[in-house]
Design a binder for this molecule. Structure first.
Ligand code: GSH
Length: 216
């Protein structure tokens, strides 16, 4: 059986949860104690030297990391990964956009707001992160004004990759009210069969802030 090592309140991990639930693929979810340092243990680093979640592990011992690569692997042969080479390249294009132009700003702003103490020096970076994040959201909104899904007529891997951190952008201080097409797309994703929302992180976030404050 496919095993996912993940953190349920991580958008990168939620991409996999959403896809697996929508595909109805049996899987084992191992909740990783990220805040407790589990990704830095010798056992974890032996499997993923980059020390991050998510990580997919197969029964034969093969391991795959990087959320969007895992999404493509899990979706291979299903309608979620376009069979047409051009459509598939379009999906990959948006997935690379997510990793380079979207996640580093929107997810990092969310992390700083939710997981660092109020006086963290990292908060000085929030304005720059929000400017760059809004640039990404504007690009998405413009695209979605003329198409229901990122790769055209069908919902698929690009939508799944872009959904979690866009839906959670408010946690990082992003107002989405200026992006009507984006808001409609978020609602369409939530209405797809088998949709599951990313759990709230409030409890862990409080714990993490308390721990960081005590350690400092
Ligand atoms: N590009 C990676 C990013 C993974 C990533 O940054 N994961 C975070 C949680 S969302 C993590 O494991 N952070 C722990 C750390 O960096 O030590 C992916 O898409 O899988």
């Amino acid at each position: 059986m496919t095993t996912i090592h993940g953190v349920s309140w991580s958008g990168n991990c939620h991409k996999l949860k959403l896809l697996l639930e929508q595909l109805g693929t049996p899987h084992r979810w191992v909740e990783v104690d990220l805040l407790g340092g589990a990704t830095r243990s010798p056992e974890y680093l032996a499997k993923n030297p980059n020390g991050k979640v998510p990580m997919l592990e197969l029964d034969d011992g093969r391991v795959l990391v990087e959320s969007n690569a895992i999404v493509c692997w899990l979706a291979d042969g299903t309608p979620y990964l376009p069979a047409d080479p051009w459509q598939r390249a379009q999906a990959l294009s948006w997935m690379f956009f997510e990793q380079y132009s979207h996640e580093p700003y929107i997810a990092v702003a969310r992390f700083i707001c939710g997981w660092t103490p109020p006086d963290s020096p990292r908060r000085a970076d929030l304005q720059r992160l929000r400017e760059r994040g809004h640039q990404a959201l504007a690009v998405m909104d413009r695209h979605l004004a003329s198409t229901p899904w990122f790769t055209g007529p069908d919902y698929g891997v690009a939508d799944i990759a872009l959904y979690p951190y866009t839906a959670a952008a408010g946690d990082g201080g992003f107002a989405l009210s200026g992006y009507p097409a984006l808001l409609d797309w978020l609602a369409r994703v939530r209405a797809t069969p088998g949709f599951v929302a990313m759990p709230e992180a409030t409890g862990q976030a409080r714990e993490w802030i308390a721990q960081s404050t005590r350690a400092g």
